[in-house]
Design a protein around this ligand. Structure first.
Ligand code: DAH
Length: 344
């Protein structure tokens, strides 16, 4: 009897059931009325009295082990069959796959360039690491201009001779120079890209941001062309009702220079905290390309004239989406990024 119990105990330890039918066979074999364990119980009366205590205990434990083992195997089978069912049920709701969304800066940048591409502008690219000529000198910045200062510019190579200096570009106007140097007019081009300035990071300014620069050079280009093009842009970008105004300004590379404002599309010009109660929002700098700049780039200012403009993408994105802090664009927090779809 003892040997039999040990043998059954070992058999139970090794038991694995592949399906419910097989498990039922095990149950019948071990525990049914005619099963081996009840069989042992009925043989128990033949056990010698001095062994009854020990064998009785072993028998009870064997029965307990069999009950527990069969319950555990059943549980295992139930669980895997639920899994099988759901895995093969093609009608069950799919798990959500995060496909990501376009970054708001890309969306706004593409919207801006798309509007100008519709009227014949192409896209040009330039390096983010730029020499003094393309970022400053060709654009008419005098040698002692404050923008050349360490405070404003991230220099990569400092030199006594400012013309040898290399820096991260402070604006995408540098691409204007590269295009004019290598292309014959007519030129209608846009240069979107990253720019870098040595500024303290705050809700309103960052040391990295994006600009879109525009340039048009041809025979007989006038300030009226600039105004009309930017008027078209403002209405396409901000809505039919948008008005624009120009304020005189100064940039070394344009003459005359202006700052363009659009009527505040939040309060429709009536005054609110976004437009600081002026009814207008500053959108970009612009002007007629200075003849000296044309000349620096090998274009004859007697024959050709041109206009240029430059705008900050973050600024426009902040207005369009009511984003109150520029730092959100650089933190890549999914909770922020997920809110943007391609529809503006
Ligand atoms: N480069 C200027 C800036 O970084 C923006 C700008 C102003 C670009 C006037 C232009 C322009 O092309 O004509 O602030």
């Amino acid at each position: 009897m003892k040997d039999k119990i040990i043998q059954l105990r070992e058999e139970l330890d090794r038991l694995v059931a592949e399906n419910h039918e097989q498990l039922e066979q095990f149950r019948i074999r071990f525990l049914s009325k005619k099963g081996v364990i009840p069989g042992l119980f009925s043989e128990f009366r033949n056990v010698a009295p001095d062994q009854r205590r020990e064998i009785g205990q072993a028998l009870n434990l064997l029965k307990q082990k069999a009950v527990e083992k069969i319950a555990a195997l059943k549980d295992q089978l139930d669980r895997s069959s639920i899994r099988d069912k759901t895995e093969t049920d093609l009608s069950r709701p799919a798990e959500e796959i995060s496909i990501g969304s376009r970054h708001p800066i890309s969306l706004v940048k593409d919207r801006i360039t798309g509007i100008f591409q519709n009227i014949g502008f192409n896209i040009s690219d330039g390096p983010e690491i730029e020499d003094d000529w393309h970022n400053f000198s060709a654009l008419n910045f005098p040698p002692d201009h404050p923008a050349r200062d360490m405070q404003d510019t991230f220099f990569i190579e400092k030199s006594e001779d400012y013309q040898k200096q290399v820096a991260l570009r402070t604006h995408t106007s540098s691409v204007q120079v590269r295009v004019m140097e290598t292309t014959k007019p007519p030129i209608r081009t846009l240069s979107p890209g990253r720019v870098f300035r040595n500024e303290a990071i705050s809700a309103r300014s960052h040391c990295i941001f994006h600009q879109v620069e525009g340039l048009y050079v041809d025979k007989g280009v006038s300030f009226a062309d600039l105004k009309q093009t930017l008027f078209y842009f403002a209405r396409e970008m901000f809505g039919e009702e948008t008005e624009i105004r120009f304020r005189p300004s100064y940039f070394p590379f344009t003459e005359p220079s202006a700052e363009m404002d659009i009527s505040c599309n939040i309060c429709n010009g009536e005054g609110c905290n976004v437009c600081k109660y002026s009814g207008w929002l500053e959108i970009m700098g612009c002007g007629m390309v200075d003849p000296a700049v044309l000349k620096n780039c090998g274009i004859d200012p007697e024959t050709y004239s041109g206009y240029a403009f430059g705008m900050g993408v973050e600024r426009i994105a902040m207005m369009l989406y009511s984003v109150r802090d520029i730092r959100y664009f650089f933190e890549n927090d999914q909770r922020f990024l997920k809110q943007f779809t391609s529809a503006l």
